[in-house]
Design a protein around this ligand. Structure first.
Ligand code: BES
Ligand code: ZN
Ligand code: ZN
Length: 497
């Protein structure tokens, strides 16, 4: 896709997009077109339910004169209430509406879409950014797709009076979108193609952006004593890996922010095997690791002024002759012993060692882990919010705030020492599932807490939001990359400079 920003337009694209404020008030460019062409826009609006409400669209066939085939009216609603997020969503709507018709070029006239704290250049960048995020699709394996189903859009031009701001702002959006795209690619990939070693190879590609990438295999992980992580992978023919990605954009010696991801490339459940219905979905059980990797790409791509490390534990959870058994007891890197009572509660085992290793080696300023950790969080929150668990009120509030701003929303759950008795084992220090049936997401988080010491820490349970069965404002159905934009903003808003 080609993105352009111009200070004046020629009405020369296949589709001209015109903003309409609430109650059918045309913006300047719209009024000009309307006057030129026998009030075709006014008449089309009057003949329809289109009121200019935010996100409403009306596709009008263009009269002969401008070269365009269509004029797309898009509702801006009350322009005094427009936010960056709303503008991004409008960009997404423009894409989803126009990707269904055989057009290639678009010219967007939304010069009155400037939102509260931003000018029309930054607004144009937000619209183009949302359009770009919405246009991503995973089509590498479709060899027989019908022509009419293949989107033909190839260029978007936004008309704005603040060209420099638009270009600068879009450059940054593009870097973040590339991180999002990497996450979506990793999460969408088939589990016979993406397994721990091939995931690690994908992470190694970040070296070209100046990220240091270390890959550790089973020999090294054994030396480090990561038996909790290794136990999960021992039933698989694929070798487990731990990948450390370090990005140095901040002051030398400044403690890094650390991001840790659950990377279960396929979760069959192991010996506690899952039911076969929908088991294919467990290819996205590496979603947390996917987000961490995409985030590192975004930070490096936009040259963030911060030090950050990404640590991902990559395993495949399979049954097999050497697989971990319910009843096994493993000694984690922290020295704490864990009784495995269900081999399907494996994510917390991977994270136990990855979290311990991270706080031990990097002494980070804070740690945030992401994991498709529990089915229970899907029961609690569905696919709208991700669960937030933390030992720190300040970072919780910061995360909730940027969650609202990026529409990657978080809902905080409690942690409390009283939950500890639910995971205290009769034979080891801790057991990997709760004793009762309640609070499954909380007991999982309470388990993780035992491996973080006093570092300010947050755990995001993204099981319900990493994948979408229906298209979203900024996302085709499938992998969402929920967390990349959230954490990118968290970093830039609160921790850079
Ligand atoms: N990967 C699953 C959690 C999951 C469920 C992710 C649905 C995405 C969508 C996790 O490893 C798991 O199986 N958890 C068990 C834990 C239980 C055995 C205590 C669960 O949630 O059922
Ligand atoms: Zn599992
Ligand atoms: Zn899992």
């Amino acid at each position: 896709m080609k993105f352009n920003f111009e200070s004046s337009g020629a009405y020369s694209a296949d589709v001209i997009v015109i903003g309409v404020k609430q109650d059918r008030v045309l913006t300047q460019a719209g009024m000009e077109l309307d006057l030129k062409f026998s009030r075709i826009l006014t008449r089309s609006m009057q003949a329809s339910h289109f009121k200019g409400k935010r996100g409403q669209t009306l596709l009008v066939t263009a009269p002969e004169e401008p070269e365009a085939s269509y004029i797309l009216l898009i509702g801006l609603g009350d322009t005094s209430k427009l936010t960056v997020q709303a503008l991004e969503e409008l960009g997404g709507t423009i894409y989803s509406t126009l990707s269904k018709i055989p057009v290639e070029s678009i010219e967007v006239y939304l010069e009155e879409a400037a939102a509260k704290d931003i000018n029309d250049g930054q607004a144009a960048a937000a619209i183009a950014g949302g359009f770009n995020l919405r246009s991503w699709r995973f089509d590498k394996y479709r060899t027989k797709e019908k022509d009419e189903n293949i989107p033909t859009l190839s260029s978007l031009t936004c008309i704005t009076s603040h060209l420099d701001d638009a270009k600068k702002c879009f450059q940054r959006n593009l870097a973040v979108a590339e991180g999002v795209a990497l996450t979506r690619e990793l999460v969408s990939e088939a589990p016979n193609v993406l397994y721990p070693e091939t995931f690690a190879e994908a992470a190694l590609k970040l070296k070209s952006l100046g990220v240091d990438v270390e890959v550790m295999g089973e020999k090294q992980l054994t030396k480090l004593g990561m038996n909790a992580l290794l136990g999960v992978g021992q039933g698989s023919a694929k070798e487990s890996q731990l990948v450390v990605m370090s990005y140095h954009g901040g002051a030398k010696g400044e403690a890094p922010l650390a991001f840790i991801g659950k990377g279960v490339c396929f979760d069959s459940g192991g010996i506690s095997i899952k039911p076969s219905a929908n088991m294919d979905e467990m290819k996205y059980d590496m979603g947390g690791a996917g987000v961490v990797t995409g985030l590192m790409k975004a930070l490096a791509g936009r040259k963030a002024k911060i030090n950050a490390v990404g640590v991902i534990g990559l395993v495949e959870n399979m049954p097999g002759g050497n697989a971990q058994r319910p009843g096994d007891i493993v000694t984690s890197m922290s020295g704490q012993t864990i009784e495995i009572l269900n081999t399907d509660a494996e994510g917390r085992l991977v994270l136990a060692d990855a979290l311990w290793y991270t706080q031990d080696r990097f002494k980070p300023r804070l740690m945030i882990n992401l994991a498709t950790l529990t089915g229970a969080i899907v029961v609690s929150l569905g696919s709208e919010y991700a669960g937030l668990f933390s030992n720190n009120d300040e970072i919780s509030q910061q995360l909730e705030e940027v969650g609202r701003e990026t529409d990657e929303k978080l809902w905080r759950f409690p942690l409390h020492e009283n939950y500890d008795k639910d995971i205290n084992s009769d034979v080891a220090d801790v057991q990997n599932i709760g004793k009762g049936r309640g609070a499954g997401s909380i007991t999982a988080a309470q388990f993780l807490k035992r491996f973080v010491n006093d570092v300010p820490w947050a755990h995001l349970d993204i099981a319900g939001v990493a994948w979408t069965k229906t298209p979203l404002a900024l996302c085709e159905k499938g992998a969402t990359a929920f967390g990349v934009r959230l954490l990118d903003r968290f970093i830039s808003k609160y921790y850079e400079n």
